[in-house]
Design a protein around this ligand. Structure first.
Ligand SMILES: CC(C)(COP(=O)(O)OP(=O)(O)OC[C@H]1O[C@@H](n2cnc3c(N)ncnc32)[C@H](O)[C@@H]1OP(=O)(O)O)[C@@H](O)C(=O)NCCC(=O)NCCS
Length: 204
């Protein structure tokens, strides 16, 4: 279960509706790297991707266990949340058209806030792609979806994620208990960043 940021922003009705509309209609192609909104046709690829513990092990908000049924339900739920303007489930397709990664963006339009989770296939990890992809996605969430605040969590031992998130300029704000789909708790490092901080850092 994704939890909204510790810092609470109250968006106006107009701002919240603009964010919802962006989530529904924004062109995800501009993110590059073969990104597409997840559809039922991607379920077999997502099952293969997420069945690998090197991919799904560190992520708390995935369906468990990973089966065709659980992933089908997850994609359908995300499609409904996308229509409500409250989530985006994206796949990354490689040159062969195989699912090589995923990103899930949870959006709280009424708080102008979002959270990102994601992973790349094991053979693509540790080559610098994840760090680059994360930074590009953070910027896109702020600018294309129009949110003003992002929060992130990572497992206490997830050094790669922590490095990428720190490097992007997110600010550590203590720890947080993340709740897995089965109700179990994962202690996490917790970060936030505002859009203003992002723009200042990238001189936008
Ligand atoms: C997290 C993930 C997206 C990072 O992508 P990646 O391409 O593997 O990572 P990168 O190659 O960009 O490396 C990130 C940083 O960690 C460093 N790193 C990699 N392995 C490391 C290790 N064992 N110890 C210390 N640092 C390590 C890299 O040097 C790099 O640091 P740098 O930018 O200062 O050079 C990817 O590993 C992944 O999908 N992991 C499984 C799922 C997951 O953890 N998702 C995130 C949940 S919050």
């Amino acid at each position: 279960m994704s939890a909204p940021p510790k810092t609470v922003i109250q968006a106006s009705d107009e701002e919240a509706e603009a964010i919802r509309e962006a989530v529904r209609s924004v062109d995800v192609n501009v993110l590059g790297m073969g990104r597409a909104r997840a559809e039922l046709k991607h379920v077999p690829g997502l099952v293969a991707l997420l069945s690998d513990e090197r991919v799904s092990g560190p992520i708390y908000d995935l369906p468990r266990p990973i089966t065709t049924e659980s992933v089908t339900r997850w994609v359908v739920e995300n499609q409904a949340q996308m229509l409500a303007g409250e989530a985006l489930l994206l796949v990354t397709l490689d040159e062969a058209g195989e699912v090589a990664g995923y990103s899930r963006i949870t959006v709280w339009p009424e708080h102008a806030s979002a959270e990102l989770a994601g992973a790349i296939r094991a053979d693509l990890q540790n080559r610098g792609q994840g760090g680059v992809g994360m930074a590009r996605t953070f910027g896109w969430i702020f600018e294309a979806l129009g949110v003003r605040l992002m929060c992130l969590t990572a497992a206490l031992d997830n050094v790669r994620s922590q490095k990428g998130i720190d490097a992007a300029g997110f600010v550590r704000m203590g720890e947080r208990d993340a709740v897995r789909a089965d109700g179990s708790i994962r202690r996490s490092v917790y970060w936030e960043m505002t859009r203003d901080q992002w723009r200042q850092r990238h001189r936008l």
